[in-house]
Design a protein around this ligand. Structure first.
Ligand SMILES: N[C@@H]1[C@@H](O)[C@H](O)[C@@H](COP(=O)(O)O)O[C@@H]1O
Length: 258
């Protein structure tokens, strides 16, 4: 793992965008893995701004998203398809048909999981996967206890995750109980992983990432086994971690880092 320390959310978002745009310039056919949530929104704003100012093109880029709520279709404002359209896809020149988001309304969800895995394989795998981290260490919607060998699957959401995500809905009752998510093994197959963490609510999972052993009870811990992970974390996200534990991972330059 490599760690880029930044002061705040804006700096994290800008650094992440620089890494992605640098990569796309050198690999116009990149396959990107996108994430949702409040963490990557600033990254997407920066990508849009860069596209407008510098013309970085996504015409040959394909993308896969990590997860989706079961029961919400792409017209639901809290679906992750809607989020991606609104926060990124509608504002850059990526072809919509090259953006893949799991279908949470598929009639046969098991088939949908298999179809998604197949599409990722057919695309040649994901070059850079963007990740956030849940307060309990979940990645995508892989909750604590999910086998590291898991592939795309259906999950029942932890109560803590539903509570944390209730801020986007009118009330917690509206938060779906299940989601469909890339599995941990599927995520780990990405060539490169960019984990973003900002703010005090990420201080605990970031501390646990640097201090705890690799265990299925803390899903993000598996990232320590990945050969090419870059974490961009701000001061607040790092505030509870003893710098002696992460100093060895710190890198100064952000590009070309992935
Ligand atoms: N499925 C998503 C995750 O992919 C995300 O990393 C996490 C953190 O969200 P946020 O970035 O809003 O803190 O929340 C959700 O549960």
């Amino acid at each position: 793992m490599k760690l880029i320390q930044v002061n705040h959310y804006e700096e994290m978002s800008k650094k992440a965008a620089d890494i992605i745009t640098h990569y796309i310039k050198n690999h116009p056919n990149a396959v990107l893995g996108f994430a949702t949530g409040s963490t990557p929104s600033g990254l997407y704003e920066n990508l849009i701004e860069d596209h407008r100012k510098n013309g970085t093109s996504y015409k040959a880029v394909r993308s896969f998203n990590l997860d989706e709520y079961v029961g919400l279709d792409g017209t639901h404002p809290q679906s992750y398809r809607y989020f991606m359209d609104e926060h990124l896809f509608n504002h850059i020149d990526i072809l919509k048909e090259n953006t893949y988001v799991l279908n949470g309304k598929a009639e046969n969800l098991d088939m949908e999981c298999k179809r998604y895995e197949r599409m990722i394989q057919e695309a040649g795998g994901i070059n850079i996967q963007i990740l956030g981290i849940g307060r309990n260490g979940h990645i995508a919607f892989n909750e604590p206890g999910t086998p590291f060998s898991s592939r795309t699957h259906i999950v029942e959401l932890a109560e803590s995750t539903r509570k944390a995500n209730a801020r986007f809905f009118q009330s917690i009752d509206e938060v779906p109980t299940h989601s469909i998510t890339m599995g941990i093994a599927s995520i780990m197959e990405s060539q490169k992983i960019l984990l973003l963490a900002s703010g005090p609510s990420k201080a605990e999972p970031i501390r646990r990432l640097f201090t705890e052993p690799i265990s299925e009870s803390f899903p993000a811990s598996i990232l320590k086994q990945h050969p090419n992970v870059v974490i961009i974390a701000d001061k607040e996200a790092l505030k509870d971690t003893d710098p002696n534990l992460f100093n060895e991972y710190v890198v100064k330059e952000s590009t070309p880092i992935l």
